[in-house]
Ligand binder design. Structure first.
Ligand code: PRX
Length: 636
């Protein structure tokens, strides 16, 4: 089924070697196995200076023909998506490849009827229901560029993203069910759209049946629009022919400065890479049921719920709810119910479930599991072993997959059952990935048993091509720190065996429960609160979330009740970014440690937040050294 699936460690080594000495030949051989309307003229064109990266230039394709049409003959009646609702006793849905094809075509026609054309940007803000996958694929079908925004972001965040991408249409739901909560998606969109004149149409899919306002001339119901298409007869929708380098989607992600940037992925390279990494990392076998617990609002959902598995003709399980609802055994119930073979989840979920003990795991039938995966943040050894022993029962390999929104797909990881694994280590690069470690001066750190900043020195097909509307920001963020290298922002060590261990971000980006949040963004949000003069945000180790958010805040005045003011600030952050960015701790301070030039010394704050008081380094160069003592005393 997958001629390029590696079957042994030797095959991995050979493929890796081949991918370094002849990257173009290597990727061309893999790309051959996809459906192209026209083959590429040139496999790769690149320079990391401009930067300019093109894979399979001149190639013509549509990713949905690879995810849907080409499977109809052989897999038409196979489940493409299994959908498990939030409530365990609500009916689940099984959508075969033929059903999915029909639904995508139908909704693609709806989009066309509503004026969407190739190249238009469409914002998608929905819960985890099959219509979310259908909406994204329908955009891809007609060449519209989707920008999915995670259902936990606030109106302001959505507005920023819609404005940046100049979206003309929004697809949303009346609401979303997540655990015990109903999230009023449409109402959030209504607030967001006050400042978004480019949006001419909103399509609203029914899920929670919560009352919503429908604006005449702008808002229409998904179901009504589908009916209209049905009355027109033939639901087929020919796929738009796309150039390999046409944009497929934008996904916003946080960096160390400014507002989130729109990471751009293109059609050809992304498809090949998402598929290759899915098929290999998880060693997917036809018929296996694969369950990734991420949300489609993040890159993991894009690449490993939707495009990777579907392009491979796999059965992908989509879960609407959360691992702890109605109880902490929910994931294990799902594994049991659908005989899940591959489970891909996040360390934060594992740690939170560990906290409930083995009660919710015992007596669940997990015998169908064959492979386990972890993504999003470093996995601590304790969580790794718990996952291995209690979920995998000691017989399932774990793939600790390191990658980023920008990389489009998995970069450094064990290959399940094929290459070695080591707790806490992402281990070895996949074929086609050339990592290097550099010191602060950009000098390569060679040999083993070394640490440095992680860079990639050669392009891979899944890499981002630009940041939407701002190519200079793309260059500055990723290619200017170290000349000629893509800089990941991560610190990394390479052990005596040459295995890579990612140690976390070295820039001002936090990873909270696997969600990426810029400290600058959180500070901006806090500073918008009336009465706040200035703030500084750092991360600190958090038992479940991986990192927690610690905010040091100078407030001009607070309502005599400091606790109430903290709550007000949390509310402000929720409004500006979303609940995921709410600080775990807020400490009011009278000043911040600053250099004479006015720069906040985050290093000192980080140490204090971590409770490491002894090792603050030289504080004599500070403007007001006394402030450090005060902050230490008030530490929460
Ligand atoms: O710091 C790394 C961490 O998550 C960052 C990327 O975040 P995001 O773009 O949101 O993508 C998350 C899903 C791919 C990285 O820079 N990270 C991701 N996976 C791992 C990881 N850190 C350690 N180990 C991992 N397996």
């Amino acid at each position: 089924m997958y001629p390029y699936q590696l079957k042994s460690f030797e095959e991995y080594q050979q493929a890796y070697h081949q991918s370094v000495i002849d990257p173009e030949g290597f990727w061309a051989n893999i790309a051959e196995h996809f459906y192209w309307r026209k083959k590429w003229d040139k496999v790769l064109e690149w320079d990391f200076k401009s930067p300019n990266i093109k894979w399979f230039a001149g190639g013509k394709l549509n990713i949905t023909e690879n995810c849907l049409d080409r499977h109809l003959g052989t897999l038409g009646n196979q489940p493409a998506i299994i959908w498990e609702p939030n409530e365990p006793d609500e009916h689940h849905r099984i959508i075969t490849y033929r059903d999915l094809y029909n639904k995508v075509c139908q909704f693609a026609n709806v989009l066309k009827n509503n004026g969407v054309k190739k190249g238009d940007r469409v914002c998608i803000y929905m819960g985890m229901i099959p219509e979310l996958a259908i909406a994204t694929l329908a955009c891809a079908r007609i060449g519209a560029i989707h920008s999915v925004v995670f259902g936990g972001f606030s109106a302001q965040s959505i507005a920023d993203r819609i404005q940046d991408a100049q979206c003309s249409l929004v697809i949303t739901c009346d609401g979303a069910f997540r655990g015990g909560k109903d999230i009023p998606l449409k109402s959030v969109i209504d607030d967001a759209l006050i400042g978004c004149p480019t949006v001419k149409r909103v399509i609203v899919c029914t899920r929670t049946r919560t009352p919503v306002s429908m604006l005449k001339g702008r808002d229409v119901w998904w179901e009504d629009e589908i009916k209209q298409v049905e009355t027109m007869g033939n639901p087929a929708c020919p796929a738009e022919e796309m150039d390999a380098e046409d944009m497929l989607f934008i996904l916003y992600t946080s960096g160390s400065t400014g507002k989130p940037k729109g990471v751009v992925h293109t059609c050809g390279g992304y498809m090949v890479y998402a598929n290759y990494t899915f098929v290999n990392t998880f060693q997917y076998q036809p018929g296996e049921v694969y369950f990734c617990t991420a949300d489609i609002g993040w890159i993991t959902g894009h690449s490993y719920i939707a495009y990777g598995p579907l392009s491979a003709g796999a059965t992908t399980l989509m879960f609407e709810g959360v691992p702890t609802y109605p109880d902490a055994g929910r994931l294990w119930d799902i594994v049991d119910k659908y005989r899940v073979n591959i489970l891909y989840t996040a360390p934060t979920a594992i740690r939170s479930l560990m906290g409930y003990g083995l009660g919710p795991v015992n007596h669940k039938d997990l015998s169908s599991l064959r492979k386990l995966g972890s993504v999003g943040e470093p996995i601590n050894e304790e969580a790794w072993h718990w996952f291995k022993d209690n979920i995998g029962k000691g017989r399932c390999p774990i793939v600790d997959t390191w990658w980023q929104t920008e990389t489009g797909g998995i970069m450094i990881t064990p290959i399940a059952g094929i290459t070695p694994e080591k707790p806490g280590y992402a281990t070895l690069p996949l074929p086609g990935v050339q990592p290097i470690l550099v010191d602060e001066n950009g000098k390569e750190v060679t040999g083993n048993n070394v640490s440095g900043n992680l860079c990639i020195k050669f392009p891979w097909p899944g890499m981002l091509r630009t940041t939407f509307g701002d190519h200079e920001r793309f260059r500055k963020t990723y290619f200017s720190t170290y000349e000629g290298l893509y800089f990941t922002g991560d610190g990394c060590m390479r052990d005596e065996d040459g295995y890579y261990r990612i140690t976390g971000r070295v820039d001002d980006v936090l990873n909270v429960s696997g969600h990426r949040i810029g400290t600058a963004e959180v500070e901006n949000a806090i500073n918008m609160h009336a009465g706040v003069v200035e703030s500084a945000v750092v991360g600190y180790p958090h038992e479940i979330k991986g990192q927690g958010i610690y905010a040091f805040v100078i407030a001009e005045r607070f309502t005599h009740d400091a606790e109430l003011t903290k709550k007000d600030i949390l509310q402000t952050v929720s409004r500006i970014i979303g609940p995921i960015a709410k600080p775990d701790k807020i400490q009011f301070v009278s000043g911040l440690p600053k250099t004479r030039s006015g720069k906040i010394m985050r290093r000192i704050l980080r140490k204090i937040a971590e409770g490491e008081f002894d090792n603050l380094g030289d504080t004599s160069t500070l403007l007001e050294p006394a402030v450090v003592e005060e902050i230490k005393k008030g530490k929460l």
